[in-house]
Design a protein around this ligand. Structure first.
Ligand code: UDP
Ligand code: MG
Length: 339
């Protein structure tokens, strides 16, 4: 008997109670269309405070393909994805949002693209962001442009977390030691051979986005400061340029004084220069602070997430292998905690 290849779907869930039923229906319809693969759907409850967890547990009870990781609180999407990726067993791994913004038919298309091309990663690019608000589109475009200007390792534009990765890629991803994980950057950092398919992003099945305003801004800062030190170096250039200008200006003033004598007026220009350089210094210190803060947090070596409980690492027919491996994963985690 040949065992089917396993695909792990990693689905972070934070207060998605309204979406879960539709998510289950649509997802199972799609994975049943792909009988040559077996699926494990790892749902990570990221500290939801609505009925999401109960609904997920009911799913896992009824359907052995569904497994639930319950985090001890809300750790954020990046941590939830990390948790799911860490415990996944599939030969192929696909992060998949639980709000149905990425249509489940994408799963079959990603797998097909992987079968047809000699690649390790299949990216899903949003060919059309019409469903996003104008501000979201504009801010996303500004983010990708700024990020790619500053970071060495570019991230592809309009490619979200939804993508197919092989086990090799996932193992490299798991081995990266940082605890603050900007997944899009890490995905790009690991490299490997990739191809891209396009899709149209849908509106949410229900509920509201968890990323808006301030949270999105902080996410962008996290991304940029995690993958580029150019903003730090930038201040060296600004400082050098302004020091040079100051020397030139000083020489000019000395020359003028020697020729024309002492010149008293100049209050306005002094004040402007004083304010300008004061602000430049504050911005520089702020940027330094971003990095020092991040180093500080990272240096504590706190784990990316804490699992309160795993549910239904199920006794299903196909899951014997996953059960064993999962126990070993847990043992590995415990050993890490002790060391
Ligand atoms: N999510 C999460 N933890 C969070 C925020 C979001 O697990 O702290 C999940 C959320 O349930 C969804 C996915 O991450 O499945 C993407 O979030 P959302 O749809 O709010 O983001 P958007 O698609 O608007 O960028
Ligand atoms: Mg969404």
């Amino acid at each position: 008997m040949t065992t089917k290849r396993m695909v792990s779907l990693i689905c972070p869930v934070y207060n998605e109670a309204k979406c879960i039923e539709a998510f289950y229906e649509a997802l199972t319809a799609e994975i049943e269309r792909l009988p040559e693969y077996q699926f494990e759907v790892i749902c990570i409850d990221d500290g939801s405070d609505d009925a999401s967890l109960d609904l997920l547990l009911a799913l896992a009870e009824a359907d052995s393909r569904f497994k639930v990781i319950e985090l001890s609180r809300n750790f954020g999407k990046e941590a939830a994805l990390t948790a799911g990726i860490d415990v996944s067993l599939g030969e192929l791994v696909i992060p998949f949002d639980s709000d149905l913004q990425d249509p489940p038919s994408l799963i079959g298309r990603l797998i097909q693209a992987w079968e047809e091309n000699d690649v390790d990663v299949v990216l899903a690019k949003r060919s059309n962001r019409q469903v996003d608000t104008l501000t979201k589109r504009a801010s996303a475009a500004a983010f990708y442009d700024t990020y790619n200007l500053l970071a060495h390792i570019k991230i592809p534009k309009n490619v979200g977390d939804c993508r197919l990765m092989t086990r090799d890629v996932v193992e490299v991803l798991k081995s990266l030691p940082e605890n603050q994980r900007f997944m899009k950057g890490l995905f790009a950092w690991v490299g490997f051979k990739a191809c891209t398919i396009e899709y149209i992003r849908q509106v949410r099945a229900s509920g509201v986005t968890k990323f808006a305003g301030w949270k999105l801004w902080n996410f962008a800062l996290e991304g940029i400061t995690s993958f580029s030190t150019l903003p730090l170096r930038f201040w060296t250039y600004i400082g050098t340029a302004s020091a040079l200008l100051t020397v030139i200006y000083a020489i000019f003033i000395i020359g003028r004084t020697l020729i024309f004598g002492i010149d008293v007026p100049g209050y306005a220009s002094l004040f402007v220069a004083f304010l300008f350089f004061g602000s430049v210094q504050l911005i520089g210190i702020g940027i330094l602070g971003e990095y020092v803060g991040r180093t500080y947090i990272e240096s504590k070596r706190r784990p990316t997430y804490v699992i309160r409980k795993t549910h239904a690492w199920a006794p299903g027919v196909d899951n014997e292998r996953s059960n064993n491996l999962h126990k070993s994963t847990l043992r590995a985690f415990k050993a890490m905690e002790r060391s």
